[in-house]
Design a protein around this ligand. Sequence first.
Ligand SMILES: Nc1ncnc2c1ncn2[C@@H]1O[C@H](COP(=O)(O)OP(=O)(O)OP(=O)(O)O)[C@@H](O)[C@H]1O
Length: 865
Amino acid sequence: MAPWWGKSSSKEAKKSKESFINALQRKLRTADGKTNSRSGGSPRTCNDNDTISEQGTRSPILLRTISPSKQVSRCQSFSSERPQAQPLPLPGVQPPIVGRNDSGISISPKPSSERSSKPSSYLPLPRPACIPRRPNHADLDAELGVGSVSSESSNDSADLLDSRHRSPQATDYDLGSKTAAGSPSSAIVKDQSSIVTPPSSREPRKPANISLSNHIFSTSPKRRPLSSHVPNLQVPYNGNFCIAPDSSMSSPSRSPIRAFSTEQVINNAVSSGKFYMDLTFPGSGHCSSPGSGYNSGHNSMGGDLSGQLFLQQSRGSPEYSPAPSPRMTSPGPSSRVHSGAVTPIHPRAGGIPTESQTWPDEKQTHRLPLPPVAISNAPFSHSNSAATSPSVPRSPGRADNPASPGSRWKKGKLLGRGTFGHVYVGFNSESGEMCAMKEVTLFSDDAKSKESGKQLMQEITLLSRLRHPNIVQYYGSETVGDRLYIYLEYVSGGSIYKLLQEYGQLGEVALRSYTQQILSGLAYLHAKSTVHRDIKGANILVDPTGRVKLADFGMAKHITGQSCPLSLKGSPYWMAPEVIKNSNGCNLAVDIWSLGCTVLEMATTKPPWSQYEGVAAMFKIGNGKELPEIPDHLPHDGKDFVRQCLQRNPAHRPTAAQLLEHPFVKHASPLERPISGSEHSGRNPSFLDSDRSAAPSSRLSTAVFHSSETHIPRNLSCPVSPIGSPLVHSRSPQHPSGRMSPSPISSPRNMSGASTPLTGGSGAIPHQHLKQSPYLQEGFGSLPKPSIGPYSNGPSYQDSNPDIFQGMGIQPGSHIFSEQFGKPAWELYDGQAVLADRVSRQLLSDHITTPSLDLNPNSLSTNRR
Ligand SMILES: Nc1ncnc2c1ncn2[C@@H]1O[C@H](COP(=O)(O)OP(=O)(O)OP(=O)(O)O)[C@@H](O)[C@H]1O
């Protein structure tokens, strides 16, 4: 039976039905066409692409996940299946590509080639202006690949900032290019400049670059899921990431693992979260909890830098190395060797030539014994420089600095990054020695850069005067172009912070030993009236033998008097209450507080008050009365040690020298094991590596061993790093032979006090000041006896003589210790590590001397206690 509507004229009904269906079909067709015009294909067939393209317009990262070919196939599908959509506007993904072309960077190559192969499909479509400039697929690929690299050298702040104002794709491109910087080939072409360099201005590139870039991209943990082989991965263009990829990648020899070691990744992630003095303090949010800022190990306050410097740092790239690795200059698929290595001053650097680089603290530099020349020149004596024999190829840009010692150091893998710059391994292929190269980009055109320069100068000045087995050794510094290189002893084990993150809390033996060594370094430092102000796990390095070294003296200060205002510097969780409250003058005791926090950090992997966000933690520290939680698993003396350190009244805190007598550390056992089978077994293997004949070494060693206190072997047993100790070479894995020619830089004879003007390389406290130092007074038997307990009434740091070591004005080459040992300090170089440590503690415990020392582990246990 016909339906009710069928009761009308069947013809009309049919007509009406047809017209309805037609209308419906038209509507549907129209809608379909519109949809396709956006998505570029039917949802079913092109769903993935659609998703990607849609997201791609929003998410730069995802845009990278779409390969050019995919885009093309989607477009093909669209154009062939929906010809009616041709007159419609380009799919949403296209404008960015055009935008990229407009920036002169690149265009997805495949669409170009595909389009040319199917012109009929695209004839009606608008054609990006740049397409004709890309004649073929290979060129396009090359453009992409090399383009990714070419912008690297211009990764300065302005470029990056500029890039933020560009289309996401342009930024994407820029950033992606930075990540490619580490590829060997990229290192070569990086000097090509500008992000917006028109493709036509570039030289032809080889497609091989692409694969290199791709490999690099795939190393990024942030990108790995998205871009196993996509050249143009887009990354968030925040300050953090801007730096991370390029710096990591800038090392010519780094592996993906190295590039993204825990510390590096963490540092990358939080670099912008560093807590700076110039940031709004309360509620700024920059003072992050250990989960963020703390984890970086770099949430120090006081570095007067900002994202700008990070951006500057992001330019860190191999070609700026004073001595680029051969890999960087080896011919490769894209071996357009740009000498950008040491290009003249980057425009962003203010255009001040290296020689005329004005340091904010230049006057101070000249005042000081060392560096002997302005920092724009190496503080090494040229005559003593390793670079005096120009056997190591230098980049053309370095030709005007032939005596630069740094030109012998080739920049290797990235070790880490900090406030001021990136730290790389440096390798001297002539001597076989390694160092750590801190690379800092110098910008002289703004206040912050000047401030950072000032801080760096302060660090250099301080470090150059320190020589101690538990303090990272400074070798020298130089500027190359707009970059400052600071050469330091390489401590290959990384920071305590990193070790804690990777391996968890320390066991008791290590905890005691590390604490003792930190104390030893602090005692030495404090004896020089220098306060570190940023003691924490991230600033303490460990070598493979367990030797601990204080590092990062960027916030250190030489106390010249009591009037020194206590500035808010340090890392919140390790910061002493008086620092937070700004209630006290310059005070060495702030380091003791930080040490207590560091002990807790080593015992638990987190500093005290880490459960609080940064500002809250500071409030707790500054205003609270309670002590932080001390873990139960700490031994009793460990708990007491921490409590001693964490006394709110700095005057009640013991000195570092006093704490060396604390039972928790007094008998800390050495971590290093002697090499079995060695005739010197049981002795400091460092001595065996002496560049000198064994005779003086053993003579000195014997003298030292047989006259030292029990605690000396702890340091004796730890080899001094190869570079840090003149003529004393380490047995670190990097130096298996243990026989290396001494670095001219580190050689005490060559240095002539150049880099260590005060101590002559002995690391010892200047003899003429011994009696002036409260530490030494204490150490030589006049240690104030606490009235209640051994640590309850430590001397007030404010009582210390403000004149001690004032100016540290010992002339280079001073024959320190000559009265004690009958030899100039530098002739005691074999035992310099011993002397340095010895003096800082000998003064404390002359009542604990032992007749002789046997470093054999078996007998050590006997010696202990
Ligand atoms: N001498 C060294 N040997 C080995 N690694 C080092 C050395 N110096 C620094 N590093 C690594 O580089 C990282 C950054 O170095 P450093 O902390 O000195 O830089 P910075 O700019 O002073 O940092 P901060 O932000 O703490 O002031 C360290 O965390 C460490 O991993």
